[in-house]
Design a binder for this molecule. Sequence first.
Ligand SMILES: Cc1cc2nc3c(=O)[nH]c(=O)nc-3n(C[C@H](O)[C@H](O)[C@H](O)COP(=O)(O)OP(=O)(O)OC[C@H]3O[C@@H](n4cnc5c(N)ncnc54)[C@H](O)[C@@H]3O)c2cc1C
Ligand SMILES: NC(=O)c1ccc[n+]([C@@H]2O[C@H](COP(=O)([O-])OP(=O)(O)OC[C@H]3O[C@@H](n4cnc5c(N)ncnc54)[C@H](O)[C@@H]3O)[C@@H](O)[C@H]2O)c1
Length: 487
Amino acid sequence: MSATTGTEEATARDTYDVVVLGAGPTGENVADRAHALGLSAVIVESELVGGECSYWACMPSKALLRPVTARADARRVPGLLQAAAVPLDSKAVLAHRDAFASHWKDDGQVRWLDSAGIDFVRGRARLDGPRRVVVATGGGEDRVLTARHAVAVCTGSRAVLPDLPGLADARPWTSREATSAQSVPPRLAVVGGGVVGVEMATAWQALGSRVTLLVRGGGLLPKMEPFAGELVAESLAEAGATVRTGVSVTGVRREMPNGPATVVLDNGEELVADEILFATGRAPRTDDIGLETVGLEPGSWLETDDTCRVKGVADGWLYAVGDVNHRALLTHQGKYQARIVGAAIAAQAQGSTALDTGRWGAHAATADTAAVPQVVFTDPEAASVGLTAAEAERAGHRTRAVDFDLGSVAGAGLYADGYRGRARMVVDLDRETLLGVTFVGPAVGELLHSATVAVAGEVPLDRLWHAVPAYPTISEVWLRLLETYRG
Ligand SMILES: Cc1cc2nc3c(=O)[nH]c(=O)nc-3n(C[C@H](O)[C@H](O)[C@H](O)COP(=O)(O)OP(=O)(O)OC[C@H]3O[C@@H](n4cnc5c(N)ncnc54)[C@H](O)[C@@H]3O)c2cc1C
Ligand SMILES: NC(=O)c1ccc[n+]([C@@H]2O[C@H](COP(=O)([O-])OP(=O)(O)OC[C@H]3O[C@@H](n4cnc5c(N)ncnc54)[C@H](O)[C@@H]3O)[C@@H](O)[C@H]2O)c1
């Protein structure tokens, strides 16, 4: 038996098949898949296990929004209209949100890591050359983790604030404050008409704030079909919010620390609000993770191939997964990439020389470019998958956009009095398959997966004709869209 030194023991203990930076939904799934496929894995987290999604994004925002859409639905059915014509109990809604954010404690998710057989280190991780990760654990001594096969960077993204005079002193809200605030501001200005902007405007207006949404472009939700933003804007205005398009914010100030803030617009106008939410996009959390030690640019989005291996790094040991690779900034897409990365790392560790990286292959995140589903949980909901008509055209496809008024579908009429909504499918005329589908209307979020199956499955329209929607459901819109296409 050979004697080992303390250093050798520590090195052996800290050598894993896979080292994961960041325990958001993506990092957790990379580690879990790798472990399930027989590899050892360690995950490092500097804040809370569960990441942005669990504490400041998906979960708390949807917990704020569900009471809003439930009340709106009740107001559209006879017999409940009067009962639902009441303000939301904001205290109860905020408490419900707190519970869904696990009161910003991660004990449950740490226990899950343990039960899944994944080692956990709390601290700030940095790359330190190929396959080496140094973790500042706060205890004075750094811990060095070595990866036999792969390192996965899953450090996510943070909110971006524009470079405006007075902004830092004005204590603006970002998505973190908008999802975790403990009281309802009487007046809330929201800058940005993307997904965070419209969801948070919807939630806080219903909770009692007077919301002014300031959008520099021509409409809301610019990444979706134009009718999505139009219907959501109409509904926000009916709820009492002010939606202003074509305006830019040029400055902000908060004169007294506990006083209101003033927003200055490009036309010289000034607007007073108690809080200002900047919902103006995301930046990668890569500024201080040692990218320079492996030849990459600190602060950049990490560009990858379809297997999520970082471009420009020799030997394919470095993966970037989830928001940080900028492929599709959504939890479900990050988790999808994680399943693909876990399988790819396991295949390589088991000596497989060729990965299955062709379109829709086991080791290619093809859906990131062909079939990304997204639901915006506003009233009405906006749900889309794949390409919009404009994107399909720009990509050079020969297409036809087929529209149908959702309100005239029997199931929609039963769902809500005066149901307002619209559906569009974008047909690839050469292949007679679907490139994209969008639904806007109450409760369409749960309809979206049918469209995702059709787009990702490249189901021929002739076969879709045999997928019979049950009567009388909102899904009958599928039949109406196909009938409209066939003429
Ligand atoms: C308000 C809001 C609502 C959203 N709602 C939805 C929704 O309904 N549905 C949806 O699909 N998506 C939604 N998103 C997007 C979703 O939150 C992200 O796509 C998702 O969180 C990305 O997961 P991730 O694991 O890649 O990154 P993150 O969730 O950001 O996790 C990254 C983790 O890495 C940690 N980390 C960073 N640097 C280090 C380091 N150096 N060392 C150790 N740890 C580190 C961070 O602390 C964090 O825990 C929403 C986003 C926002 C802002
Ligand atoms: N339900 C969901 O799936 C959900 C919910 C929230 C967020 N998310 C994801 O999180 C990510 C971040 O969302 P987001 O809304 O912050 O980003 P976004 O990119 O969707 O929207 C940001 C908007 O702000 C505008 N903007 C940028 N700079 C500006 C400025 N200086 N002044 C005024 N407007 C400005 C942009 O033109 C854009 O329309 C998105 O990728 C989104 O898909 C998803």
